[in-house]
Design a protein around this ligand. Structure first.
Ligand code: GLU
Length: 326
């Protein structure tokens, strides 16, 4: 059996919040239960969105809650570095491979051209996506533009009319149409990858066995599966966690509410109660028990019992659990 290796891969765009903690916790519990490896990877490829202090906050918060990672920044294993901005050459190499194999193409369109394209498509009520005008460029035109120093990005050429089928450990068989996928930018003109390329390259080279992440990434999975195919790599297993909703069924957002883990600790909630509460936000034990220590969770957790339905964030429950631990 292959070794279990999972990762929590936050972008340092804010402090650790309840949604992020739930993803981190399920990855952690699964790794511990299966004697696997829990990895922290910092996805900082969108440099404009980095919040100062966020990386330190993520690491400290995980540590304070008892969720220590086995590999990650400051704990270099065999697969580091674990901060994406320190791995740029790896992504550039793979983007180049995709170009050479004809799975990707350079796009010289300016942001102004793209804005106009989007506007026109919206006005016509069309699906907004890149219209592939740069795909029509000849090799000599491309060489000429590059020699002139024109800026370009590298886009993935998504297959037309392709049905992507994959198995998600929570949702079962999933089918998605490629017509819903844009020709994703893989490498930006500044040499930084986008999330999609970086995540796939890292998950491959870090030998990740299961991708456990929030459901908001489900729609990106066809692009990722296609990238694995183009690069000739074996994809990992997919696990998309249902959303966490506010009691009014709006999405629990790190921007909307004050849901940072720190704010709960500051309000005096015990870490044991927070962990227990978050564990049950989308998972249940076979006997529907409500109170667990972290060690007990490590013993009983299983992905099979992650709920298919969205979880509702019920503060009264956290208050009750906190009372049990006081
Ligand atoms: N960097 C992504 C995030 O911020 C991670 C998505 C994934 O796990 O693939 O949620």
């Amino acid at each position: 059996m292959n070794k279990i290796r999972v990762r929590f891969a936050p972008s340092p765009t804010g402090f650790l919040h309840i949604g992020g903690l739930r993803t981190a916790l399920y990855n952690y519990l699964f790794a511990r239960k299966e004697q696997g490896t829990f990895i922290l990877r910092i996805e900082d490829t969108d440099q404009s969105r980095i919040v100062p202090g966020a990386i330190e906050n993520l690491i400290t918060s995980l540590h304070n809650l008892g969720l220590d990672f086995d590999e990650g920044p400051g704990k270099e294993g065999d697969f580091g570095p674990y901060i994406q901005s320190q791995r740029l050459n790896l992504y550039q190499e793979q983007a180049q491979r995709l170009l050479e194999k004809g799975f990707a193409y350079p796009c010289f369109c300016s942001s102004e051209t793209l804005t106009n394209m989007r506007k026109e498509q919206q006005e016509k009520g069309e699906f907004v996506k890149y219209d592939r005008r740069c795909l029509a460029l000849s090799q000599s035109e491309i060489r000429q533009k590059m020699a002139n120093g024109e800026k370009y990005v590298i886009r993935l050429k998504m297959p037309d009319k392709h049905k992507f089928r994959f198995y998600d450990l929570i949702r079962g068989e999933v089918e998605m149409d490629s017509s819903q996928s844009d020709d994703q930018v893989l490498l930006k003109s500044d040499g930084f990858p986008t999330y999609h390329l970086a995540a796939v390259v890292d998950d491959h080279f870090m030998q990740i066995s299961h991708i456990i992440r929030g459901e908001e990434w489900l729609s990106s999975t066809p692009k990722h599966i296609y990238l694995y195919e183009c690069l000739g790599w074996e994809p990992p297993k997919w696990v998309h966690l249902p959303l966490i909703l506010n009691p009014d069924r709006t999405k629990l957002s790190k921007r909307m509410n004050d849901v940072s883990v720190d704010s709960y600790l500051l309000k005096g909630y015990l870490k044991e109660a927070i962990i227990n509460f978050v564990a049950l936000l989308g998972w249940h034990s076979a006997d529907e028990r409500e109170l667990f220590t972290l060690d007990e969770l490590c013993e009983v957790f299983s992905l099979e019992r992650v709920n298919k339905a969205n979880a509702i964030f019920d503060l009264a429950k956290l208050d009750w659990m906190n009372g049990q631990y006081l």
